[in-house]
Design a protein around this ligand. Structure first.
Ligand SMILES: Cc1ncc(COP(=O)(O)O)c(C=O)c1O
Length: 379
């Protein structure tokens, strides 16, 4: 066998294993449009599963800002930020983010994933301890693993359990959580975690990927990261915090140092979006109203964000409900383990300001219909 053939055989065998365990993933072409609409594999659908919560990815002002910047400054940044990729729009965006979060400074990263991968190992290392919510996103786990610090997971949102794990923790402790949990839509007890961090000398770092533009929580965390790819509607990640820490990241966050700066068009779009988020709070209110209306129609508790999980349990059943929704023109992909814990396959339903009330009512009606037909599934 040639090396090429052995590589192919290796990949085929791994794929067969993934297929057998129901974990093989595949791509479907999806062209998103305004108003929560999309063309999915050639069919027109209304999407209830994207993260463009304020529908800013298709706001004409944001699109224009991106287009203008591309025409004026070029399509790419040409290098890492430490070489030639530090276009002035970076510092303009960082100033905007720091003001929004009330911190001394901010650093823009290539993505939220990269921000976590680079920041956590810049804060702690071998001999230190990370105490992290068990439902924290894969990129927090990734950053924690890369750091070499000892990792301890506390039960979801359980401050007493976090306190127990911080006791006698070796080295510097870093307490990690999300502000709004990506797969459940619930919020972290930030003020209690802040008090705990202060009492124990731990540093508190939060991931606000799903909170920015959606929730208004007081956040005592010294380190606040997030993304520009969800409610902000574009791409990129950021970390906000003390000025000296921002300087440290500039030198020590490997996912900052050794990667290309964001294109000017992406930076300009983010700035335009942040302006709109601040000037038009009604967008946030509308997205949240949609989530609340859906929950009311479905008999679910009042949501804390615009993410509403419908936990189905068996993977096959979640896939079936998702498929039935798609037949009716609604896109809600099923989320399966290992993205969520085993036995909790779900529909992660999300709402946006671009939806209309009639969309929510029709969607809830269709989902109820489908769920009623499936006796195995109860809300
Ligand atoms: C909680 C959380 N953190 C970080 C990320 C990564 O952000 P980005 O998509 O900008 O890489 C995501 C996105 O999937 C997320 O849900």
């Amino acid at each position: 066998m040639t090396s090429f053939e052995r590589l192919n055989a290796y990949a085929e065998q791994k794929l067969a294993q993934l297929e057998a365990s129901g974990q093989r993933r595949s791509l479907t072409e999806t062209a998103r449009e305004a108003g929560g609409r999309a063309v999915r594999a050639g069919s027109h659908v209304i999407s209830f599963c994207d993260n463009d919560y304020l529908s800013l990815s298709h706001d004409p002002r944001v699109m224009q800002a991106a287009a203008d910047a591309a025409l004026k400054f070029g399509a790419g940044s040409g290098g890492s930020r430490l070489i030639t990729g530090n276009h002035p729009l970076n510092s303009a965006l960082e100033a905007r983010l720091a003001a929004l979060k009330g911190t001394e400074g901010a650093r823009v990263f290539g993505s939220g994933f990269l921000a976590n991968l680079g920041t956590i190992p810049a804060l702690v290392g071998k001999g230190d301890t990370i105490v992290m919510d068990e439902l924290a996103h894969a990129c927090m786990h990734g950053g924690a693993r890369l750091s070499g610090a000892e990792m301890r997971l506390f039960r979801h949102n359980d401050v007493a359990d976090a306190a127990r794990l911080l006791e006698g923790a070796p080295g510097q402790a870093l307490l990690l959580t999300e502000t709004v949990f990506s797969m459940d839509g619930d919020v972290a007890p930030l003020s209690e975690l802040g008090v705990l961090a202060e009492r124990t000398g731990a540093w508190l770092m939060t991931d606000d990927a799903h909170g920015l533009g959606i929730t208004k929580q007081d956040n005592p965390a010294q380190i606040q990261m997030g993304t520009l790819s969800k409610a902000v509607g574009g791409y990129g990640g950021y970390v906000c915090g003390p000025a000296a820490l921002m300087e440290l990241l500039t030198s020590r966050a490997r996912s900052f140092v050794y990667t290309t700066g964001l294109p000017p068009s992406v930076l300009a779009a983010a700035i335009a979006s942040l302006d709109i988020i601040q000037a038009e709070p009604e967008r946030t209110a509308k997205a949240r109203r949609h989530a609340a209306l859906f929950c009311e129609l479905m008999g679910l508790p009042v949501p804390s964000s615009v993410i509403v999980p419908i936990i189905i349990g068996p993977e096959a059943e979640a896939m079936r409900v998702s498929g039935a929704l798609l037949e009716r023109g609604y896109l809600v992909t099923a989320i399966r383990p290992p993205t969520v814990p085993a036995g909790t396959a779900r529909l992660r339903v999300t709402f946006a300001s671009g939806h209309e009330e009639a969309d929510i009512r029709a969607f809830a009606g269709a989902l109820k219909d489908i769920m009623e037909q499936a006796c195995a599934v109860t809300l």
